[in-house]
Design a protein around this ligand. Sequence first.
Ligand SMILES: Nc1ncnc2c1ncn2[C@@H]1O[C@H](COP(=O)(O)OP(=O)(O)O)[C@@H](O)[C@H]1O
Ligand SMILES: [Mg+2]
Length: 261
Amino acid sequence: MANKLTTWWQNRKDKSKLDDQSMQKGVSLITVSDPKSTIAEQFRTIRTNIQFSQVDDQLRTLSFTSSGPSEGKSTVSANIAVTFADQGMKTLLIDADMRRPTIHQTFQIPNRKGLTTILTSSKNDYDSVIVKTKVANLSVMPSGPVPPNPSELLNTHKMDQIIEELSEQYDLIIFDAPPVGSVTDAQIIGTKVDGSILVVPQGIALKGAVLQAKDALDSVHARIIGTIMNRVSRKNGTGYYGGYYGGYYGGYYGKNEDKKN
Ligand SMILES: Nc1ncnc2c1ncn2[C@@H]1O[C@H](COP(=O)(O)OP(=O)(O)O)[C@@H](O)[C@H]1O
Ligand SMILES: [Mg+2]
């Protein structure tokens, strides 16, 4: 497994500066391009764990966030969305990272209209901003043009209304949220969804930053339903993060943390 994953990682890393790569080219949908791979299988396991984390109520709205940019939120949320759709759930993936949007690139669609368009218009013309993808049961909503005041737009009754109305049309809505950092967007989204998942790039994010992100979500009573370790620690002296998804934990910093290397 390590070899294969390392190769994949190197290929991606060689192309250009990591930070902006997904903004320019989108993220890798390995669940689509190589659904039989170990990585795709790991995404399916994560999906199952998310489903089992909600025994009582059904999870209808979910957001993925992390402590900083470029930690894998878009990669993880898009691939997880595919696995839910593959299971027959009518799934909508929404790009709520208005400052660093990627979904339009990943799915090769225009970004002239999107979430911001709906948030700023008087009528909710969802059909004009939601695009069906080639993946059966998966639709996406790009971010739309970057507004000057993203946080204000998200923290509105209109946003609540959008979530409520779309929840009636889809079995699951997944938000690719911004990082919990200097802006409050992820916290706002966290208060509006059934559960938030923290993507933790092991070996990159400082533990303090991750704990701060957790505290920020806790402080607004956002419900963190799990964490996903992305890019398991450096191995083999390659200098690359060879591993991929470390796993999903129902609790914060699960005690099995060391198992997946
Ligand atoms: N586990 C991983 N292995 C290889 N590349 C990854 C992994 N996670 C993320 N990447 C890459 O890292 C970059 C940032 O990931 P992205 O999902 O766009 O992060 P974010 O949405 O948090 O900004 C992208 O180029 C993406 O393809
Ligand atoms: Mg992103």
